[in-house]
Design a protein around this ligand. Structure first.
Ligand code: UD1
Length: 358
């Protein structure tokens, strides 16, 4: 069977790694298409290198742009790529503009589509990701769900027939990287930070926290008021917005650094007192590493992290301060994101659920 993965943004490269290994291990052919949505080396190349992902077979080089321009640039190039490679299944990941564009291109040309990380919902219709994931789930022939909650959302939308629970592939890759780090002695890239009482790892990049300068100012002030150093691993979007509006990312407790590679990020979180983020993936990574997380959003798709007490939603300065200094969460053995074998199960679900083209 020939499976084509289409990826473009940082979290998709992380999810691609275990899938690429599982496809090859099962003896199937894998074609990788990189849309070029993320092009900075620290957002793209280092993930292919560190996670041993094969070089993409096609690179669309679309770069940045408004939603329509970016999505349209991918659509405009995908027809030729699909015709050239003739995949049996097009696998799309998560909820970015690359996900939606690849799914739409494939269904229009009658290539079967599987959606990895299907069924997640924030129910916040102002997030671009919410539209991307809802539209992709409804276009897909196969919805590969990471959690029981995601399965429930798919059922509510009438998608039970196409839904399969496979677990979360981010668990697979996280456990492998964590075990490698622990076996080889963790090299914490933030060891030089002067933090005798610990530090927090922060990432902020969502449109709802960065596009409005007043909102960005508020978030930056709240992080600056923390009781320990807050190391902001600054995505290019937050750097660009801060510069545009003369907002300093180095004030009070806040220290801005460049983004880290995946193993470096995991090492820095393992040694931290907590995580502050608006990323989806990092909330889960913190939980899987059993590090308390504070999420700067009004809702989350990863409700299990909240229910189990390891994640708290906080938006105002007071809420963020209270969340950072809250008592340690209660220990748990719960595994809502699977046991680390989701990629193998996802590939099997594709083989079982999608008929190879004649
Ligand atoms: C995208 C995803 C988001 C995901 C995030 C992970 C969408 C709608 N959003 O957001 O769901 O959580 O990736 O990081 O697809 N930029 C660079 N270099 C790059 C990439 C981006 O400088 O390599 C800057 C550009 O100014 C660009 C901005 O970041 O305009 C936003 O990039 P974009 O890819 O549109 O969205 P992300 O914020 O990265």
């Amino acid at each position: 069977m020939k499976i084509m993965s289409v990826v473009g943004a940082r979290p998709q490269f992380v999810k691609l790694a275990p899938i690429a290994h599982a496809i090859t291990a099962a003896g199937h052919e894998h074609v990788i298409v990189h849309t070029g949505q993320h092009y900075d080396p620290m957002l793209s190349d280092v993930f292919f290198r560190d996670l041993k992902i094969p070089t993409p077979d096609a690179h669309l080089g679309v770069g940045s742009g408004s939603h329509g321009v970016q999505t349209g640039a991918i659509l405009a190039q995908m027809d030729e790529v699909l015709e050239r490679f003739q995949p049996d299944c097009v696998l799309v990941y998560g909820d970015t503009n690359s996900t939606l564009a690849a799914a739409v291109s494939a269904v229009k040309l009658h290539f079967p589509v599987a959606h990895l990380e299907a069924g997640l919902r924030s129910f916040n219709r102002s997030m671009p990701e919410e539209h991307n994931r809802v539209l992709t789930d409804h276009a897909a022939d196969l919805c590969l769900a990471p959690t029981a909650v995601a399965m429930k959302h798919l059922a509510t939308e009438g998608l039970t027939d196409t839904a399969v629970l496979v677990g979360d592939v981010m668990t697979d890759v996280l456990y492998q990287v964590r075990d490698g780090l622990l076996a080889n002695g963790t090299q914490n890239p933030l060891a030089d930070i002067d933090a005798p009482n610990g530090y927090y790892v922060a990432t902020i990049h969502r449109a709802e926290n960065t596009n409005d300068p007043e909102r960005l100012r508020e978030v930056v002030a709240a992080l600056g008021a923390a009781d320990k150093p807050v190391v902001l691993l600054a995505h290019p979007r937050v750097r660009a917005k801060a510069e545009e509006h003369s907002i300093s990312l180095n004030s009070g407790a806040l220290i801005a650094r460049d983004p880290l590679s995946y193993p470096e990020l995991i090492a820095s979180v393992l040694s931290s007192s907590g995580v502050v983020t608006d990323s989806g993936g990092l909330q889960k990574e913190a939980f899987l590493l059993r590090v308390p997380c504070t999420t700067v959003r009004h809702e989350t798709e990863w409700v299990e992290t909240i229910e189990l007490g390891w994640n708290v939603l906080a938006n105002s300065t007071d809420e963020i301060t209270a969340a950072l200094t809250r008592p340690a969460p209660e220990a748990t053995e719960a595994t809502p994101y699977g046991d680390g074998d989701a990629a193998t199960r996802a590939v099997q679900a594709i083989v079982d659920g999608i008929k190879p083209r004649a």
